[in-house]
Each structure stands twice: as C-alpha cells, then as structure tokens.
Design a protein around this ligand. Structure first.
Ligand code: NOJ
Length: 755
C-alpha cells in the first residue's frame, strides 16, 4: 500500500464511523487506523517503528560506527526508523520528517526526541537545584517553558524527568534528579510531567515526557556510573518506585526509559519483572518503554545476552518497546519472528504503543505540527523565559550558614570577589545545556556589576585546563597557583570576601562520578589562604551534587549553596547575597561530612545498637560522626521561623495535623514547612523519619499562620517485601519543622481502620 492509499483507507474509516459519539469515534478511528496500519506493515517496518537513531552530528552517548551513520537517512526512506533523537531545529527536523512521510512506503511520521532536562535554549537551574526550591508551581512552569522552547525547535519528546531517587553524591547524575526522597521526588515528577505534557499532548507546544530510568539507576554501587545495583524489594517499592507510580498515575507520562544498570543481576532493558509484570502488567502502563542509549546491546557486556540477536530477543521479551541506538531491533527482530523464536504479537504490541504515541502527539493529523519557523524565531530565550529562570534560580539557592550576620551584604562595604567560578559564564548553564549558547550565562561578576556592588575581582586559580566538552574528560588544574597572591591581597584589602568555588558543569552529569567530593583542584587551598587573610568570608558553592564542605562549615562564617543555576545564575546569586531576595531553598539531599559516610540519608532504618552512650559496640565510626553536615530539608533564611501548637485530630479518613508557624525575624521570608512520620513498630523495620507532607508559605515579619496536613492510610502505610501496600494500625511519631531534623513532635495512636 502506498501512503496515498493508506490515507484513503483512513478517510474511509472516518466516514464509516461518522455517526458515533465524538470521543468514542475518535478512539475507534484511532484504533482502526492503527490496526489497519499494523495489518499493512511488513516485519521490517514493524521492527523499524521500534528503532530510534541519533542524529549523526550530535551524540549523547558512545559514537556508533561511521558506516551505520551514513545509512541512517536511507533507512528512514525505507520506513524502518520510528524516531530520531538529537535532531534539533525546524529545518533539520523538516528534512527528515519529509523523508519519512513523503518517501517511505507507509508515510508514518517520526517522533523527534531530545534530552530537554533543564531547559532548551533558556537554561533553568539543574533539576537537583530546582528541587531545592520545593516549589511545585515553579518547577512545573520551568518544564512548561522548556517544552515551549523545545517544540519551537521541532522536538516533541523529551527524555525527562529523570526521577531516580539517589543517596549517592558520588554519582554524577544526581544533578539531574530530585534528590534522595521518594515523597518529594514523586511530587516533583508529577509537576515536571504536567509541565512538559500540558493539558493536551497534541498541542504544538507540549511534548511527551519520559520517566527515567526504570529502575534502580540511582543506586549504582559505590556511586560509580553504569555500575550494578542491588536493591531489596522494600527499598525498591518504598524508595525507588513511588516517583514512577506518581508520574504515571497522576500525570499520565506517556513514556518510560529503562536503564543501563543491572538490578539484582538482571539488566533493566531485559527485565521482564520490572517492565512486563509490574509496569505494563500491574500498573497498566499503555505507553512506550524506550531503551537507554545502547542499553540493549550492552546486555552482551553484562553477560546476559549471547550476541546481538539474543540481545534483541531478550529486550523485546523483557518489554523494551523501542531500541535507542543499539541497532539490534531493525536487523534482528524480523528473523526472530520468522524463525519462530518470538511471537509477532510482541512486535505488534510494541508498535501499537509507538503509533499511539504518534497519535497522542497529533502527528498523524499533521506530521509537521512542531515545525514552525516563526515559533523558532520568536519563542526561544525570551525576556519572559529568562525572568522565570531568574525567579526559580533565586528560590533554588540554599543558605547553609550565616554566622555573625555576614549576609545580606550591607551595600556599603568593599568586597573582594574571588574564584574562577565567579567569572564563569558557562558552568552555570549546567550539564544538560541542550541548545544553550556556550558562555551565555550571567556570571556572578556580571550580577555584581549589574547590582552596582563595589568590588574587586581576582580569579585566584583556574578550575579546569583547556576546554571542557560533553564528550570528553575534563582536566582540572592541580598545579597552577600563580594567582593566589593577588587573591590574598584583594581579600586583605576588602571589608568582606565573596569566594565562589565548586565544580565545573561537566564534573557532574552522565559519566561524571567522583570518588572525592570536596572542592576539585587547588580550590580548597585557595579558600584556606583567603579565609586566613580575611575571615569575613562568604563562600558561594556552585556544584551539581552535595560536596563535603566540612572544613568550610567549621571555619567560614557564611556559606551559600548555589548549584548550577542556569542562565540567570549571576543575577539570582546577587539577589540573594544582597538580600533583594530572602533565601528559602531547602536541601533535597543530605550533605555528608566526609565521603566515608556515603550513602548517608535521612530516612534510614535504625540499627539494633543506636545508643551513643555505649562504649565501642554501637553503630558508629571511630573516626567520623554519624550525623551529616547538613540534613535533608535543611536551609536557612535571613529571618527565622518558630513552630508551635502542634495538634492532631482524628478524622474519618485519618489524622489531621496542624501547626502554627510564625516569622519571628524582622523581614518577610518563605519557609518550607515539612511533616515527617515515624512508624514505631511494624512488621518490617520502618525509617526513623519519612517526609509525608510539605507546604511552602511566605510570612511577613511578625506574621503567623496555622497549616494543616492530613495523614491517611496512604501516608501511614508502606509496601511490604512482596510489594503489597499495607497499613498497620499502631503508634506513630509526627515531626514538624523546617528540616528533617525537626524537633517538634507528637505521638499519635492510629488504631481505627482507615479507608
Ligand atoms: C543516556 C542517558 O542515560 C539518558 O538519560 C539519555 O536520555 C540518553 N543517553 C539519550 O541522550
């Protein structure tokens, strides 16, 4: 059948169904169209729909062989490519879509995918930073803008949000997630998916969202990238899976990406339990599972598949619908069916999912829907988008320490601004900078200039040597200290020092695990010298992960965690340092005192020997404290909040908790009020604390407000080792406050049945 006759067939279905109710009709029409298409497709075309290629010029994984690249366009013409990634810009997209639609036999449009992780052209804070805002509206808005910009460049599918819960600051990819907590992670997953997909996925400015990586990637052993993960069922169901469930149930994410890692010995791409039994079975997911880049073929290295054919067999049996860049489905699936090794129905099911996605995106109605040169001209990097990026960047900053009220800056003091990162216009863009222009962020130095601050700048030392790129290892300066002397002199001559230290954008992200998580290179030495020269030092930390800031915390009076905040970083940091904005961010990940404590997280299970009054034989280190440097949920403000009147009241469906929060300082500020629960006795040991609610509120100086939370079966129950959700009546502790170390608490007895 030619493309023309296919569309006549489709038209025929439309006439046939003309009498039916509109919604039902479109559903029936869609199903009929998909059935007709599948019936028409050859095995090669089916396997092709399940194949995704990267644009040869812009790769986000190991480069494929050159010969295969040359073939890619020919393959599109033969109708054996369902989707491409990394092709960006309306003209580039148009060229390939035209081949698929006008030159292939069935004319099936392709989906254009891209890693739109924290912005397309306007860079927003890295996701870990945005999580520190705990502001779900801002986070949703950030994803919305990313989706407007990406779709204006022809993209209709993003591989985001990354929702891997992780307790591993050594793992570079924590920059891409929402941190260590499943509750916060679930809320943020929902916000991000809603932002990307909007109300109507077929609209020209909304794009399909991907929940990734399914599953366990955040638990890679020793934080080493691509490593194996061994996770028990309780951790799997209570910690890793909740953001996935939420993103599907509450926001209807249309796609899920599996993962590079093995989970309990099975590569995620071939994991039948995860993909078929759980996701598509128990959870009823009807969208597309896409593999990660080459994760199909990597099952050979894992020692799970014998060869490429076996890898294709195992991936499709495992439930992985679309193969990204392994190039095993297109060449291997047809013969696997012909040889009777796998059932064609498996291909049909996967193809149906892919075609459904294309219908959802409106591509069958108009394959060129996302190709609009006017939008590309007018909707990128707009003033409105930059203003939104500045707002969320301000709210993502976390004030870690402020002794002697060094901050906010008074505006009358002289300042020495020190550190290569203070003058860096690139690092704030973050790791997944999509289509951002290199060196286009506002640096701290520029932020100071724009605010009219009186300062002298000294770099002190370079952070990296040469140019860092996404596809190459970064070289850090470990020897050149030639600028130290000037930096020390500048520090001595100023009233206060603002020193900006941390990681280059390309020291976190994929393939960027670190064994030591202090300041790289000669920065720690610079910090100590500068602090000696002038103790009135404010340390601003730019990083994509929690760093070990223990020396700084013990010495430096003021510390600001500023992550990689996107295009508006310099303005946002200046806004916070000057007090134009009162910081309100709270840590989404625990900051360890030393790397030996890792993994360290707030929702741990107690040991049988927690008592610090016992000599030797209790759960501790002989050379380090148990407590982290800064706990999950922690962050200061230029004002202070007092919590009181913690009350609990029995309700039909649970327990209502109320608390009074008062701004007891002298300026307005925002506080993230956090509610934690501890189940004292249960059929399995339960975490010491678990976040079960939060609300962000702004209070004027002296103002107070009473907030209420509900604890239902959902918040008080848990998944048992079989993966069943259970609620067990009993005694629970409730904690409310401004961090996971909140002290205000009350015991509740929940002995009534909760529905
Ligand atoms: C590999 C990463 O793990 C994944 O998250 C990303 O979406 C793909 N590469 C595509 O770039």
């Amino acid at each position: 059948m030619t493309m023309k006759s296919f569309f006549l067939l489709v038209l025929g279905f439309g006439v046939l169904l003309a009498g039916a109710h509109a919604n039902e009709q479109s559903e029936l029409t869609r199903r009929a169209k998909i059935d007709a298409l599948i019936a028409e497709m050859t095995l090669e075309e089916k396997a092709g729909q399940l194949t995704q290629f990267s644009d040869p010029g812009d790769i986000t994984g190991p480069a494929p062989s050159g010969s295969r690249d040359k073939k890619k366009r020919k393959l599109i013409k033969s109708g054996v490519v369902g989707s491409v990634l990394n092709v960006v810009g309306v003209e580039n997209v148009r060229v390939l879509q035209k081949i698929a639609v006008e030159e292939s036999r069935l004319g099936i449009p392709m989906v254009f995918a891209y890693d739109v992780i924290h912005g397309q052209k306007t860079m927003f804070p890295i996701p870990l930073a945005e999580a520190a805002s705990w502001d779900l509206d801002l986070i949703e808005h950030s994803a919305r803008i990313a989706s407007i910009e990406a779709s204006a460049q022809g993209i209709n599918w993003t591989f985001a949000p990354m929702i891997d819960v992780s307790r591993e600051p050594r793992w570079g990819r924590v920059m891409e997630g929402a941190g260590e907590d499943p509750f916060l992670g679930a809320e943020i997953a929902v916000a991000r998916v809603r932002g990307f997909q909007g109300e109507d996925l077929s609209a020209h400015d909304t794009i399909a969202s991907t929940l990734k990586h399914f599953a366990g990637y955040g638990f890679v052993e020793s934080g080493k990238e691509y490593n194996r993960a061994d996770v028990g069922t309780i951790t799997l169901h209570n910690i890793i899976l909740p953001p996935f469930r939420a993103g599907l149930e509450r926001a209807n994410a249309r796609t899920v990406m599996n993962s590079f890692n093995t989970l309990n010995g099975v590569p995620a791409t071939g994991d039948r339990y995860l993909q078929r039994d759980l996701l598509k079975g128990e959870w009823g997911f009807d969208g597309v599972i896409v593999s990660d880049w080459g994760s199909g073929i990597e099952m050979i290295e894992h020692g799970f598949a014998e060869d490429e054919r076996d890898a294709a067999r195992l991936a499709i049996l495992g439930g992985s619908d679309m193969d990204m860049e392994s190039f095993i489905y297109a060449p291997k699936l047809p013969s696997l069916v012909r040889d009777g090794v796998i059932n064609e129905a498996l291909l049909d099911d996967a193809v149906r999912r892919v075609l459904n996605l294309k219908f959802d995106l409106g591509l069958f109605e108009d394959p060129y829907r996302y190709i609009d040169a006017v939008r590309e001209e007018t909707q990128l990097f707009t003033a409105e988008h930059r203003a939104a990026a500045r707002k969320i960047a301000q709210d993502s900053v976390v004030l870690l320490k402020n002794e002697g009220s060094l901050l906010p800056l008074s505006g009358t003091e002289s300042i020495a601004l020190i550190g290569a990162l203070a003058d860096d216009k690139d690092t704030p863009l973050g790791n997944w900078r999509a289509r951002a222009v290199r060196n286009s962020a506002i640096s701290v130095r520029e932020g100071f200039e724009a605010a009219g601050i009186d300062f002298d700048f000294e770099r002190g030392a370079r952070l990296e040597i040469g140019e860092a790129t996404f596809g190459s290892e970064i070289a850090i300066n470990v020897t050149d200290k030639s600028g130290f002397e000037e930096a020390v002199t500048a520090a001595k001559n100023a009233d206060k020092v603002v020193i900006v230290l941390g990681e280059d954008a390309l020291q976190s992200g994929e393939g960027r695990s670190r064994a030591e998580i202090g300041f790289p290179g000669v920065q720690q030495e610079l910090l100590e010298l500068v602090y000696d020269a002038n103790p009135n030092t404010v340390l601003v930390v730019m990083s994509g992960r929690p760093l070990t800031l223990t020396w700084a915390d013990e010495n430096v009076p003021a510390i600001v965690q500023a992550w990689h905040l996107g295009h508006e970083a310099g303005h946002a940091i200046t806004d916070v340092l000057t007090g134009a904005v009162n910081p309100s961010g709270k840590l989404p990940m625990t900051f360890p005192r030393s790397v030996g404590q890792v993994p360290i997280y707030y929702n741990f299970l107690n040991t049988g020997r927690p008592d610090p009054n016992q000599p030797v034989f209790w759960a501790h280190y002989t050379d380090e404290e148990n407590a982290p440097l800064y706990p999950f949920g922690y962050g200061l403000s230029y004002t202070a909040f007092k919590y009181s009147n913690l009350r609990t009241r029995k309700r039909d469906d649970g327990v209502e908790v109320s608390v009074r929060v008062k701004n007891v300082g002298d300026r307005a500020g925002a506080e993230v009020v956090q509610l934690y629960v501890h189940d004292q006795v249960a059929s399995i040991s339960r975490p010491e604390r678990e976040l079960k609610g939060f609300q962000k509120l702004t209070l004027d100086a002296g103002e107070s407000s009473t907030l209420t939370f509900m604890l239902t079966k959902k918040e008080l129950g848990f998944y048992n080792a079989r993966g069943d959700f259970v609620f067990e009546p009993g005694v629970f502790d409730v904690f409310v406050g401004g961090s996971s170390a909140a002290k205000l608490n009350k015991e509740i007895r929940v002995h009534f049945a909760l529905d």
